[in-house]
Design a binder for this molecule. Structure first.
Ligand code: SRM
Ligand code: SF4
Length: 571
C-alpha cells in the first residue's frame, strides 16, 4: 500500500503515517523478523522489523552512556533489546519469578528486573541472539510478551490493593479476560519466537484488523476507593461497582492520556471521561466496541493526535458514545456512585479478608538490582524460593508478596529485613515515581530514574527545614514529555527538556484526578530547588490544617486549575 493513499475515515488529504504501511505490509506482524534473527553481522533489526518487534513486546535500544564513544570508534551502537512481559493485573508466581530472575542474571547486560508503572517488568539489554531463549522460557512458565508495545491494547492494569482479596480475585479475572479478548490473534509470535511451524489457516484479526490500532491503547480496572492505577493515564477504564457485596458491573470511562510534545499546542493531556455504567454480562462487547470505534475513527495520519482523547475531541464525546452503543447494541446506564480516596500503595503487612497476609515493599525506581546498600534482587530470589502465594506488581513500580500464610509470615519478613527489602521509607519516597530514561530509553531528554533519590533527598531537606518533613507530596519525574512517569498527575511534576533541565508542573492532587499545570520552563536543578524552597516555605506557613501541597498551589493561585485540558493546558 502506498503511503500517499488518503485516510478514508477522515476523508481528508493527509498522508497516512508510514507506520500504517508497515502494519499492513507486515503479513500480520511477521515482516522479515526471522531473517534478521539469522543475521549475525548486526545486533540490531533492520527496516520495518525495528517497529514490528514492538508488537511482540520488544524495543531495540542502545546504551546511551557509551553511544558517543562508540560513534567515535566507528562502531555500531551497542544494540540490545528491552523485553516487556504481558502480565495483566501484575500477578506472577514465585516459580515464574525465579526463571525470569535467572535469565536476567545470566543473559542481560544490566542484570536487573525493572518493574514498570503498568504492573509488569522489563528486562533491559538482551542481545538478539538470546531473544528466542527468553521467549521460550516465558512460554514454558505460561507467560508471553505479545502486545505489550505499539499499536494494540497494552498490559491491562488492575487495582492491586490486597485488602479486598475476594473482590480483587474477581476483578483480576476481568483484567485477564479483557487482555485475552483484545490480544492480537496472529500466529506470528508462535512461529517466530517459539519455532511453531507455520499454521496453514489464514490469519485474521477480528478486533484489531490487519491495520491494528492507530496508536497504543491503554486499559485499566479499578476497585474504588483506590486509584492506584492512575485511571487518567488510560484510554479505557472500568470502575468496579459492588452492590450487596456483589460485583454487578463497571462504570466505563474513556479518553485519558498524559503525553504531550514540548511547545506543540495540538497535543494535550486529558482526564478520562465518564461514559456510563455497564452490567457485567455486557462488558466484553462494550469494551470491544470502544476499541473498534477507536480503531476505525482514530487518526492514522498524525500519530501525535492518534490516541482516543483526540478522537473524542474530533468527533465529539456524544457521537463516539453513540457509535459504541450502536456497535454493541447496549445502552450505557447512568454512572453509579463511586469515590476515590487514595492512590498510592498500602505499604507493610496487611491482612486480606481471606486471612492471608500481604506485604507491600517499596522498590526505589522499580529497579530490582543488588548494590552495596541493598540486595533487592537476591532478596526477592530468596523469598521466591520459599513463598507459597504469589507476587503482585503494582502500578506504582512496587511489589507485593501476596497471599502469605500466617505460619510463613515471620520467615518472609526475616528475609525481607536481611536483604534490605524492608527499610524505613519516607512519605515523600512512598509517593514518588520516575520513568526509566537514561541510559536505555532512546527518547530521554534528561535523567529521571537515576536522579530520583537525589531529588527526593533535596526536597525532603527543604520540607524538614520548614517543619513539614513528615508530610507526603506526590512527586514524579519523566525524562521527556511522553510523560511515562505520569508527572502531569503529580503535585510536583518534572518533565525533561534537555540534559539537566526540566519543566516544572504543579497542582495535581493526591488522588490523581487533577492535571498539573506548567509553573516554570526549562530550569536547571538549582532553579528547581530554589523555587520549591520558596513554595514549600509558603505552604508550611499558610496552609490550612491537613491541606496538601497540590491543593494549596491551586488555592493560592500558584498553579492554574485545569478544567478543560484541551483549552486550559497551554493558556
Ligand atoms: Fe512509556 C515510550 C517506558 C509508561 C507514554 N515508554 C516509552 C519507551 C518504550 C521509549 C520508546 O518508545 O522507545 C520507554 C522505554 C524506556 C526503557 O528503557 O525502558 C517507555 N513507559 C515506560 C515505562 C517503563 C516507565 C516506567 O518507568 O515505568 C512504563 C512501561 C509501562 C508498561 O509496562 O507498559 C511506561 N508511558 C507510560 C505511561 C504511564 C502509564 O501508561 O500509566 C505513559 C503516559 C500515559 C499515556 O500513555 O498517555 C507513557 N511512553 C509513552 C509515550 C507517549 C505516547 C503518546 O501518547 O504520545 C511514548 C512514546 C511513544 O509511544 O511514541 C512512550
Ligand atoms: Fe523515556 Fe520519555 Fe518515557 Fe522517560 S518519559 S521512559 S524518557 S519515553
Amino acid at each position: 500500500m502506498s503511503k500517499n493513499i488518503k485516510n478514508k475515515q477522515d476523508n481528508n488529504i493527509e498522508q497516512l503515517s508510514d507506520f500504517e504501511r508497515i502494519k499492513v505490509e507486515s503479513n500480520y506482524l511477521r515482516g522479515s523478523i526471522t531473517d534478521d534473527l539469522k543475521d549475525n553481522l548486526t545486533n540490531g533489526f533492520t527496516g520495518d522489523n525495528y517497529s514490528l518487534i514492538r508488537f511482540h513486546g520488544m524495543y531495540q535500544q542502545d546504551d546511551r552512556d557509551i553511544r558517543a564513544e562508540r560513534i567515535q570508534q566507528k562502531l555500531e551502537p551497542k544494540h540490545a533489546m528491552m523485553l516487556r512481559c504481558r502480565l495483566p493485573g501484575g500477578i506472577i508466581t514465585p516459580l515464574q519469578w525465579l526463571k525470569i530472575d535467572e535469565f536476567s542474571n545470566l543473559h542481560t547486560i544490566y542484570g536487573s528486573i525493572r518493574l514498570t508503572n503498568r504492573q509488569t517488568f522489563q528486562l533491559h539489554g538482551i542481545f538478539k541472539s538470546k531473544l528466542k531463549m527468553i521467549h521460550k522460557i516465558l512460554h514454558e512458565i505460561g507467560l508471553d510478551s505479545l502486545g505489550t508495545a505499539h499499536d494494540v491494547n497494552r498490559n491491562v492494569l488492575c487495582t492491586s490493593n490486597p485488602i479486598e482479596s475476594t473482590l480483587h480475585d474477581e476483578v483480576y479475572r476481568w483484567a485477564k479476560k479483557i487482555s485475552n479478548h483484545l490480544l492480537p490473534k496472529t500466529k506470528a509470535y508462535l512461529e517466530i519466537w517459539l519455532d511453531k511451524s507455520k499454521v496453514i489457516t489464514t490469519d485474521h484479526e477480528p478486533i484489531l484488523s490487519k491495520r491494528y490500532l492507530p496508536r497504543k491503547f491503554k486499559t485499566g480496572i479499578l476497585i474504588p476507593p483506590d486509584n492506584d492505577i492512575d485511571l487518567h493515564a488510560n484510554d479505557m477504564n472500568l470502575i468496579a461497582i459492588v452492590e450487596d457485596n456483589q460485583l454487578v458491573g463497571f462504570n466505563i470511562l474513556v479518553g485519558g492520556g498524559l503525553s504531550i510534545e514540548h511547545g506543540n499546542k495540538n497535543t494535550w493531556p486529558s482526564l478520562s471521561i465518564e461514559f456510563g455504567f455497564v452490567l457485567l454480562r455486557n462488558i466484553l462487547i462494550v469494551v470491544e466496541s470502544i476499541v473498534t470505534t477507536q480503531r476505525d475513527w482514530g487518526n492514522r495520519c498524525n500519530r501525535k493526535n492518534a490516541k482516543t482523547r483526540y478522537t473524542l475531541q474530533k468527533y465529539g464525546i456524544k457521537n463516539f458514545k453513540n457509535e459504541v452503543e450502536k456497535r454493541s447494541n447496549i445502552k450505557f446506564e447512568s454512572i453509579r456512585p463511586y469515590k476515590f480516596l487514595t492512590r498510592g500503595d498500602h505499604f507493610g503487612w496487611k491482612k486480606g479478608i481471606d486471612n492471608k497476609w500481604h506485604l507491600t515493599l517499596f522498590i526505589p525506581g522499580g529497579r530490582l538490582l543488588d548494590d552495596k546498600n541493598q540486595l533487592l534482587k537476591s532478596g526477592m530470589n530468596a523469598i521466591a524460593k520459599i513463598h507459597r502465594g504469589d507476587f503482585r506488581l503494582t502500578a506504582n513500580q512496587n511489589l507485593i508478596i501476596a497471599r502469605v500464610d500466617e505460619n510463613d509470615k515471620k520467615d518472609i519478613e526475616d528475609i525481607a529485613l536481611n536483604y534490605g527489602l524492608i527499610k524505613s521509607v519516607t512519605n515523600l519516597q512512598k509517593s514518588s515515581m520516575a520513568c526509566v530514561a537514561f541510559p536505555t530509553c532512546p527518547l530521554a531528554m534528561s535523567e529521571s530514574e537515576r536522579v530520583l533519590l537525589i531529588f527526593i533527598k533535596k526536597i525532603e531537606r527543604i520540607m524538614n527545614q520548614y517543619g513539614v518533613g513528615a508530610k507526603s507530596i506526590v512527586f514524579r519525574i519523566s525524562g521527556c514529555p511522553n510523560g511515562c512517569g505520569r508527572s502531569l498527575l503529580a503535585e510536583i511534576g518534572l518533565i525533561g527538556k534537555s540534559l539537566g533541565r526540566y519543566n516544572l508542573y504543579l497542582g495535581g492532587n493526591s488522588i490523581g484526578t487533577r492535571i498539573a499545570s506548567l509553573y516554570s520552563e526549562n530550569i536547571n536543578e538549582s532553579e528547581i530547588f530554589n523555587i520549591l524552597d520558596k513554595l514549600i516555605k509558603l505552604w508550611s506557613e499558610k496552609r490550612y490544617p491537613k491541606e496538601r501541597f497540590g491543593d494549596f498551589c491551586i488555592r493560592y493561585n500558584i498553579s492554574k486549575k485545569i478544567i478543560n485540558s484541551m483549552l486550559d493546558f497551554w493558556s
